[in-house]
Design a protein around this ligand. Structure first.
Ligand code: ZN
Length: 341
């Protein structure tokens, strides 16, 4: 009896140490893969190219210079070295590589910077690299992306959606612009989107957190914020969907809560990933053209921006009816100082 117990103990210990060894080996292998991806990203992306996605850079001999985005300055003391693939500001002493820059300017931690740059470089990250940083924000990004796909499909597959599509075309929008800006349709339904997202494993509090649903009053459950609306996804500078503007489309009488007047436009409220004082509609598409033209055309409505873009004037953004904030101006100044209202 005693012997058997001892044997058990010994084999358990052996198993435990084998398990530990395997875990250490896995961690080690994972960190090798991560290192490998970091160097692959650095090989594929050029520091000047990455930074000029955010700030206006100018050639200066062997290097490039820019007005520092991290401190306020009139003359450029921010330098980029293509040869060494680094940047440095002689004004505020900040500096580093592309990862450091993205962390600083996006206000994110390393895992998010890794993800942003991997996407730019076309590198598929390993599962664990994604899982380890699946924080609250990334869940909201996922939900917003899924919702965009859902709305896009509704615009083409549902009866009312197709009426909305017809309306957009009658207003003069071409199919390729509707595709490129990922316009969609939210059905005249209390739960179509919430149900779709819950079926995919997202919980109600995250759907509410993404601004897409509203908690029912005095009883459990949530209902969709956007109903019977043409949906304009709002993207951040990297083209990730962070929120929506929904324009009412009254093919049927829209479902409303007691006493609610359906506003012509409604927007995603402030969320972890959406702050209306920081985002301009269309900027992720327009930023290159704004830099090339050294000018930004600001219009009020999303439709106006789309029509302008379609007509070949691509350096256009929309304020989506909200007042222009100092933050908006600061973001635009990364690309140009010339604003046409
Ligand atoms: Zn600086």
């Amino acid at each position: 009896m005693n012997g058997l117990t001892e044997l058990d103990g010994a084999s358990k210990r052996r198993n435990a140490s084998r398990h530990l060894r395997r875990t250490i080996q896995n961690d080690w292998a994972e960190s090798i893969i991560m290192e490998d991806n970091i160097s692959k990203i650095k090989e594929r992306l050029d520091v000047v190219e990455v930074l000029s996605g955010y700030i206006k850079v100018q050639k200066a001999g062997m290097n490039y210079k820019a007005r520092c985005p991290f401190h306020n300055e009139k003359t450029s003391s921010f330098y980029i070295s293509p040869e060494r693939q680094i940047w440095h500001c002689f004004g505020c002493q900040k500096g580093g590589d592309i990862f450091g820059f993205v962390k600083e300017i996006e206000g994110v931690e390393f895992p998010d910077a890794l993800r942003i740059l991997a996407q730019k470089a076309g590198i598929q990250l390993q599962h664990h690299e994604l899982i380890s940083n699946k924080d609250a924000k990334s869940v909201l990004f996922e939900i917003s992306e899924l919702a965009t796909k859902f709305f896009e499909k509704q615009l083409r597959a549902s009866r009312t959606g197709m009426q909305a599509l017809k309306y957009l075309k009658e207003r003069g929008l071409e199919e390729n612009i509707i595709d490129e800006f990922r316009l969609g349709f939210a059905a005249n339904d209390w739960e179509a989107l919430s149900r779709f997202l819950k079926d995919r494993g997202y919980n109600e509090s995250d759907i509410v957190g993404a601004g897409l649903a509203i908690k029912r009053e005095g009883k459990p459950g949530v209902y969709d914020r956007f109903r019977s609306r043409i949906m304009f996804p709002i993207m951040d500078l990297n083209g990730r969907v962070v929120g929506f503007t929904g324009r009412v489309f009254e093919a049927e009488k829209p479902l409303v809560t007691k006493g609610e007047q359906p506003a012509k436009y409604i927007n995603t409220p402030q969320t972890l990933i959406y702050d209306k004082s920081m985002v301009l509609y269309g900027l992720s598409k327009a930023k290159q053209a704004i830099r090339q033209n050294d000018k930004c055309l600001l219009v009020e409505g999303n439709m106006d921006a789309l029509m302008s873009y379609q007509a070949g004037v691509a350096n256009v953004v929309a304020s989506s009816g909200t007042a222009l904030t100092p933050n908006h101006l600061k973001i635009l100044q990364r690309y140009t100082n010339n604003l046409d209202l």
